[in-house]
Write a protein that binds this ligand. Structure first.
Ligand SMILES: [Mn+2]
Length: 323
């Protein structure tokens, strides 16, 4: 199955116009997967364009051999490869046309809730899309520092620095192979994950001040409003670390982090550290998706109304475990 999929994908991409893309509000697994896939195709003598929603982190520009990213489709594509994107609705607006117009589409993902919206889908539960990509193409590539770093950072971030329960012995086997490459993985993590812009710090401060609790302080909500982004002159998918701060507060069962990037449109991430709460079910209720412990969704409309609807679903889920 695994080999058939990889062989078919490579065969089908030969000599074709190929685009690689990932989900809205790209994270490092998404970026690492796009870059990893691009490098894997390149080793197999296949050219590809990476299409993204926003400019990618400059760190990646250096790692990935100065790959160019495009925020608009450059041409019509024969083949589109979508990575790390669980539902069709999570495809960024600026690239969705390229995806639907492509003759052949592929999905490679690690979200068990993936709705398999492409012609060919490879979905396997794993720490990250990067881990799935490594497994798929391991025997068709020669690892090099660029590829190892791109895949490493996706695994690192999606596994919470190898802390989450999605980190398996197999994840460590993959990491053992990647880290044989001579590169500074510690610097990579510092540059990509730990170091923050001053504006990110300011945003985090705003997010902390916004925190409100619901349902006997079992639900914690932080919000970054469009006006905060405008005031700080940043376009942002939301401050890092906020989710883990909120979900780690003793007594909090569900953490909700909201970012209003476009007026009256909310990108929302849900987190839980509770074994018996499934936030992906809550996200799916609103057309989103993701993992049992970490999921995402988008809501539109008046803020209080959207928040109430979401908090109500969270309450039901918490009630479920108390019964
Ligand atoms: Mn991922």
């Amino acid at each position: 199955m695994k080999n058939n999929f990889a062989n078919q994908l490579l065969a089908e991409c030969k000599g074709k116009k190929v685009a690689i893309m990932g989900h809205k509000s790209a994270d490092f697994d998404c970026i690492g997967s796009c870059v990893g896939m691009h490098l894997i195709l390149k080793q197999n003598k296949i050219k590809s364009d990476i299409l993204v929603e926003n400019d990618l982190n400059a760190v990646f520009y250096n790692i990935a051999d100065r790959i160019t990213y495009y925020s608009q489709p450059k041409q019509n594509y024969d083949v589109c490869i979508m990575v790390d994107c669980p539902t069709f609705s999570q495809i960024p607006d600026n690239v969705v046309g390229a995806f639907t117009n492509a003759k052949t589409t592929y999905v490679i993902d690690h979200h068990i809730t993936n709705s398999k919206y492409a012609k060919y889908n490879f979905v396997k539960q794993a720490s990250s899309a990067c881990e799935v990509i490594f497994d798929l193409f391991e025997d068709k590539i020669k690892l090099n520092p660029q590829l190892a770093q791109a895949l490493y950072i996706g695994i690192y971030t999606d596994s919470g620095g190898f802390k989450y329960s999605n980190t398996t012995s197999h994840t460590y086997e993959v990491l053992a192979k990647l880290t044989k490459q001579k590169c500074a993985f510690d610097k990579l993590v510092h540059d990509c994950v730990d170091e923050v812009e001053l504006t990110t710090f300011e945003l985090t401060k705003t997010a902390f001040l916004s925190v409100e609790f619901y349902y006997n302080k079992q639900i914690a909500v932080s919000v970054i409003k469009k006006e905060d982004l405008d005031r700080l002159k940043v376009e942002h998918s939301g401050p890092k670390f906020m989710q883990s701060y909120l979900q780690n507060i003793k007594g909090v069962k569900i953490a909700i982090c909201i970012t209003e990037r476009v007026k009256n449109e909310y990108n929302i991430s849900l987190r839980t550290a509770c074994d018996n709460i499934n936030v992906s079910a809550i996200a799916q209720h609103f057309g989103g998706g993701g993992h049992i412990r970490a999921s995402g969704l988008t809501l539109k409309g008046e803020y209080k109304k959207a928040l109430n609807a979401l908090v109500n679903e969270c309450k039901k889920s918490i009630k479920g475990i108390n019964n």
